[in-house]
Every structure is written in structure tokens, then in C-alpha cells.
Design a protein around this ligand. Structure first.
Ligand code: GLC
Length: 425
């Protein structure tokens, strides 16, 4: 009797483990701010109900560098999971050149999927590799200036157009607000040593007529305009002291966002996602925030780094058809609209911008449209990650005061040339 019982248990164990293997889940890697990942959980639930495809969400952190590293390991090992993932626009070229991304053209054709609904310029620049669609944009990011409308009004200032305007106004208001709040700062931005710092750097230099891509297409960081802009970044912390001393040690997107949201800053540089959170229930700055284009230097132009996240299917996935179903769901009108309304993401679908509800609830989309006209892309190169890591190190050393801006960019230039040489051998 006992023997029979054990046999039954054993059979049912083998059977059930066999089953769970067969119906194993589709694995989708996503990261971001905690509220973003929570929202993905909700969306995935809707997808599961609709399609009966089960999905396991692989929760990744906010930091893009860490997200990339956690994908590189399984892809390098040709592992089946994750089946699909979000990719920062900055690393798609590397993923494509490594052969990790499944071309989606057969699926696009089979389902007559209309790619013309997606931001054409972005798709052409980053999602097509050797003539094939290897990813699709989910949302587009661009750097923005957030400001405290109430404080500008209280002290009689208008929104700054130039960096000098911002400086004048921040120094003044910081001085006044410090009387009640000793931890108040004029301007917070992302200065920690990570990818976000390169995005900020690109905005400062481009707003001074500089760039990191020369007209001939090579990566060139050592220029008069770039040095001046880097000096200004450093001065914001050390000379003018309108940016906190932990700017170069700790300030990433979320640290900057919470600093501003807690009422401790007048200006903030961040991506569109911060809008929804600043205006959510319980936020101390709810209803007091404005957004505008990032300021420029006298001779420069308004500039915003082009960011954003794209979806790709792993070439090693063993559930490619199901993965494509999820891609379609994420790019559907309905989901894109939800991502816009709930996370204040800039949809990759252009038709959402004309949606009456979006227009009514997200009036700031107008400012975003303008910001998109002034975006600056990072170099779309398979070795961009190496270039960025080097730049992060030197720009961070310069703003922390360890090395002079001139020296930092000269050294960075030397290092970049070595990387380029290595990759072109
Ligand atoms: C945002 C942008 C991304 C950028 C990152 C830097 O997530 O969308 O493109 O690389 O910030 O931290």
C-alpha cells in the first residue's frame, strides 16, 4: 500500500515537473523607476488574460548600465531567457552587431504590422540594422528642464532661456529659500558616473555649439566649446554652488527626481517620466511644476539628449512567436496610450499625440514636441558603450574637481582614439 502511494507521488511529481517545463513562461526583462516596473506588471496581467500566454517579468533596476550588463551575460551565453527585453537606444547598435536580436521582418509581413505609425526618424536611425528591423521603439525620451512655477512667480522671475538666466535666478531664489530650508538648491541634474552623465554632458556642450560627433562622423570630444561647457558644469557645483555637492557622487535620475519632488530644488533636469510622479497624489510639488526646453548659452541653441527604450526579441528565444505577440500588444494604440497617460512616457506611436484624451490630460506634450525638434543623439556605434564608459570617467573627474576640464577632455580624446583604433583593426 505504502509502496503504491510513493509510486503515485513519484509519478505525479515527474508528470507535473514535466508539464511546468513545457508550459514555461515567456520571460520579459524590464526596468526603470519602481512605479514603471509596477505598471508593467499590470499591463502584463492584461496581456495574459487576453492571450493566455504566460509572462514572467524580470524586474531590472533603473540604471541603464546595470540593465545592459544583466542582459549581456545571458545573451553572450546564448541562453533562451529572457525571450525579449527593453533596450536603451544607446546600446541597440552593440546588441545588433553582436547578432543577439531577431529580425522581425517576417512577423511584420505576416501580420501586416504598420511600422509607419512609429516615429520614422528614430526607427530609421536605430531600429534597422543591415536592412532588417531588429527592434521597435516603445517610448522616446528627451532631456527637459522642470521648474517650480510657484517660486518663479513668488520672486518675479520668468522661465530661463539661457544658462545665465538660470544662474541669476537660481542664485537669488536659493538664497531666499535657504532661510526656511537650509537644504534648498537652485538646480539639480545627473552628474554621477554613469550613462545619464553623458546625456547631461551632451546637452551642455550642444547648447554651447559643441558636440561629440564631428561633421565627418568621428567621435571628437576635445574642442573649445566642450571645454567651456564642462567648466560651467563644474562651476555649478563648486563656484556658484547652486547644485549640491553630491551631484557627482550620487545624482542619477531617481535621486534628482526625489530631491526636486521633496521641494528642495528650483530647477531640475530630467526625462519626461518625472512629470507624472511630480504631479501624483501626495507629491509635495503637485500642481506647482512647469517644464520647458533646457537653457542655452548665448551663442548656442536649446538642446536635449535623445533617449528612449526599444523592444527586441532574443535570437536565442525558444518562444519567438509568443514574444512577437507581446511586441504587438506593447505597440498597440491602446497600450501606447496607457503608457503615455499613466507613466507620462512619450509614445513611439505618432497617432497617440492626436488622441483627444491625451491632448486634454497631457497638455505639456506640446513642449515635448518642441524639445524633440532639438534632440541630439549619442553616437550610434557598436563600441559606444566603451566610449561612454571612458567619457563618464573623465567628465565625472572634471566636475568633481579632480582634473581640469581641458585635461579631462584631452585625455578622453586620446582614450577614444585608442578604442576606435582597436575596433577598426
Ligand atoms: C533614460 C533614457 C536613456 C538614457 C538613460 C540615461 O532612461 O531614456 O536613453 O541612456 O536615461 O540614464
Amino acid at each position: 500500500m505504502m509502496k503504491r502511494f510513493f509510486l503515485l507521488v513519484l509519478i505525479s511529481f515527474v508528470f507535473s515537473s514535466g508539464c511546468s517545463k513545457k508550459e514555461s513562461l515567456l520571460t520579459f526583462a524590464v526596468g526603470g523607476a519602481p512605479n514603471e516596473v509596477d505598471y508593467w506588471e499590470k499591463l502584463i496581467g492584461e496581456f495574459e488574460n487576453r492571450t493566455h500566454i504566460r509572462v514572467k517579468l524580470l524586474r531590472q533596476p533603473t540604471d541603464t548600465d546595470i540593465r545592459r550588463q544583466s542582459l549581456v551575460t545571458p545573451l553572450n551565453a546564448k541562453e533562451k531567457d529572457p525571450d525579449l527585453f527593453l533596450m536603451d537606444v544607446a546600446w541597440i547598435a552593440q546588441f545588433a552587431a553582436s547578432g543577439w536580436l531577431l529580425p522581425m521582418d517576417p512577423y511584420v509581413k505576416k501580420d501586416s504590422f504598420d511600422t509607419t505609425q512609429l516615429f520614422g526618424s528614430v526607427v530609421h536611425q536605430v531600429d534597422i540594422y543591415k536592412g532588417e528591423i531588429i527592434s521597435m521603439p516603445v517610448y522616446i525620451d528627451c532631456g527637459l528642464l522642470y521648474f517650480r512655477r510657484d517660486l518663479l512667480k513668488k520672486y518675479g522671475y520668468s522661465t530661463p532661456k539661457t544658462w545665465d538666466d538660470l544662474l541669476q535666478c537660481a542664485e537669488k531664489i536659493q538664497g531666499k529659500e535657504r532661510k526656511n530650508n537650509s537644504g534648498f538648491f537652485g538646480f539639480v541634474w545627473q552628474g554621477a558616473q554613469y550613462e545619464g552623465l553623458v546625456c547631461n554632458f551632451i546637452e551642455f556642450i550642444a547648447s554651447n555649439g559643441g558636440n561629440i560627433v564631428s561633421k565627418a562622423g568621428s567621435i571628437t570630444v576635445y574642442s573649445k566649446e566642450n571645454i567651456q561647457a564642462l567648466q560651467f558644469m563644474r562651476n555649478l557645483i563648486h563656484k556658484y554652488q547652486i547644485s549640491p555637492p553630491n551631484t557627482f557622487t550620487e545624482m542619477r535620475e531617481e535621486e534628482v527626481r526625489t530631491f526636486f519632488e521633496n521641494g528642495n530644488a528650483l530647477f531640475e533636469r530630467n526625462w519626461p517620466y518625472a512629470w507624472k510622479l511630480h504631479n501624483s497624489q501626495g507629491s509635495p510639488v503637485r500642481g506647482k511644476v512647469g517644464i520647458t526646453l533646457l537653457p542655452k548659452f548665448d551663442n548656442g541653441r536649446h538642446a536635449a539628449s535623445l533617449g528612449g527604450w526599444h523592444i527586441g526579441i532574443s535570437r536565442y528565444s525558444d518562444k519567438k512567436d509568443e514574444a512577437w505577440e507581446l511586441v504587438k500588444f506593447i505597440l498597440s494604440y491602446e497600450t501606447q496610450k496607457k503608457l503615455c497617460l499613466n507613466l507620462s512616457w512619450n509614445p513611439a506611436r505618432i497617432d497617440i499625440y492626436d488622441d483627444p484624451e491625451v491632448k486634454e490630460k497631457m497638455p505639456h506634450m506640446e513642449v515635448l514636441k518642441k524639445a524633440f525638434e532639438s534632440t541630439v543623439a549619442r553616437p550610434n556605434s557598436p563600441y559606444y558603450t566603451q566610449v561612454s564608459e571612458l567619457l563618464q570617467r573623465y567628465v565625472n573627474a572634471a566636475i568633481s574637481g579632480k582634473i581640469e576640464p581641458n585635461e579631462a577632455l584631452k585625455e578622453a580624446q586620446r582614450g577614444i582614439e585608442k578604442i576606435v583604433e582597436r575596433y577598426h583593426e
